[in-house]
Ligand binder design. Structure first.
Ligand code: UDP
Length: 418
């Protein structure tokens, strides 16, 4: 059987002080006709990465509103995760060759998971996240000889705007059989994608999670000291899965240039892996080797990611938070930093540009020179840094909290069920 992920109970009422009574009332009204509906979220991992982070809050909040929601992860093994990461890379535009044995492996596990799902009975809504489990629906149709009951939604978190054509060509027939598809931005949609009804829903962060609650200064201070970071000196911070797409090495190079102007500055890089990401450990090792011999660089590793109180403390105390992704569907880490009123410098890629307005809520940088200039100017000018931080927090409050995301799902469920 696919594995069920248990989540901590959450109550929407706890969110009233943060989002207001009206927002909670709207959620209750939207949920009322859906009461008792069986909802399944299916993805590849329970820990590490943005999807797991979102489901940790979205699933229990959906339950609290009276729907019967569950979260399951598909069954896989190393050979499957290697192929699904290659698919992921190819869909984000990396030159990848999808050889026939790789397709066979992907289909073998998609078949296995389709069988496991078949034994679970039916759901009113099934939300299948990302490409890893996306094959199950077409295989269920083939096995059962009819369209599967319930409303099936493919939720793609990737920036799908420039995929390798052969990789997209392979996946397309599996995702076109869905009733609906959700993308973070409408622009991610390929023009030849036909069939599902499409919606845009950006993700949201959970303001009440341990990662995003305000920590007191003493706690922040003691966490910094525990990891050897000097709280008396400024530091630049980035957290992500150790993944080549996040360009940790690029950050180290930029840090070298920033340090020439600000010799006292430190760099903290934090991250880890995810159960479905076989590249993380080697990416971490390459990053650590690259940093060796360079002063004031701290690298933190956690198997399924560095834990929440630590991340919270580093995000809260950083002088500048950076995110140097080469491609990013959204980048929850950016919203997390903005929520803590941090000035952020990040790559000018679609998912991040959705969150940051250049020169108003942070800086978007393209060239190394722009990166260095943006970071040094924020280190120099703390007033601008504070102004960006406050403006960024307002944007997250308005657009990128989990309650807005929950509202969008409920609206989509209602639209699709007529
Ligand atoms: N994360 C974490 N520990 C780590 C690295 C990342 O808890 O060591 C969390 C991070 O705070 C964020 C999520 O994992 O909530 C990453 O989501 P994002 O959308 O930024 O990137 P993804 O990993 O999905 O590409």
């Amino acid at each position: 059987m696919t594995e069920c992920v248990l989540t901590h109970r959450r109550s929407v009422d706890e969110y009233t002080p943060t989002v207001g009574e009206e927002c909670i009332q709207e959620l209750r009204e939207l949920a009322e006709p859906l009461c008792g509906a069986r909802v399944l979220h299916l993805n590849a991992t329970a820990a590490g990465g943005g999807v797991a982070e979102i489901l940790k809050a979205l699933v229990p909040l959906t339950c609290d509103l009276g729907l019967n929601a569950e979260w399951r992860i598909l069954r896989g093994a190393d050979e499957f995760y290697k192929v699904s990461k290659a698919l992921h890379n190819g869909l984000q535009g990396m030159p990848i060759q999808l050889k026939s044995h790789m397709k066979e492996i992907w289909l073998k596990y998609s078949n296995l998971n389709a069988d496991l799902l078949n034994s679970r009975g039916t759901y009113d809504f099934v939300v299948v996240h990302d490409p890893q489990p996306a094959g199950v629906l077409r295989l269920l149709h083939q096995k059962n000889g009819h369209r599967n009951p319930g409303i099936w939604i493919w939720r793609c978190h990737l920036d799908l705007s420039t995929p390798r054509p052969d990789i997209w060509g392979f996946l397309k027939p599996y995702v076109e059989v869905y009733d609906a598809a959700i993308f973070t931005r409408g622009e991610y949609l390929q023009k030849d994608f036909q069939g599902p009804r499409c919606f845009d829903v950006p993700p949201g962060i959970d303001p009440l999670s341990i990662k995003n609650r305000l920590l007191d200064d003493r706690e922040v201070h003691s966490i910094l000291l525990r990891y050897g970071v000097d709280p008396g000196r400024p530091f630049i911070f980035m957290v992500s899965r150790f993944d080549p797409w996040k360009d940790f090495r690029g950050v180290i190079d930029i840090f070298g240039s920033v340090k020439k102007e600000f010799p006292e500055v430190q760099l903290v890089l934090a991250g880890g892996g995810a159960d479905d990401d076989p590249e993380a450990w080697s990416c971490y090792q390459r990053t650590a080797a690259y940093a060796q011999g360079k002063s004031d660089i701290h690298i933190l590793w956690g198997q399924n990611g560095v834990s929440s109180p630590e991340l919270n403390a580093f995000q809260q105390a950083a002088s500048v938070v950076v995110q140097k992704s080469i491609r990013e569907g959204f980048g929850l880490v950016v919203a997390e930093a903005l929520w803590k009123s941090r000035p952020v410098v990040a790559s000018d890629v679609a998912g991040i540009a959705l969150q940051i307005s250049h020169g108003e809520t942070g800086y978007l940088a393209r060239s190394v020179d722009e990166w260095v200039e943006a970071i040094t100017s924020l280190l120099r000018n703390r007033e601008t840094a504070a102004k960006f931080g406050n403006a960024g927090k307002n944007v997250v409050q308005e657009k990128f909290l989990i309650t807005r995301c929950l509202r969008d799902y409920l609206k989509i469920f209602r639209t699709l069920s007529g």
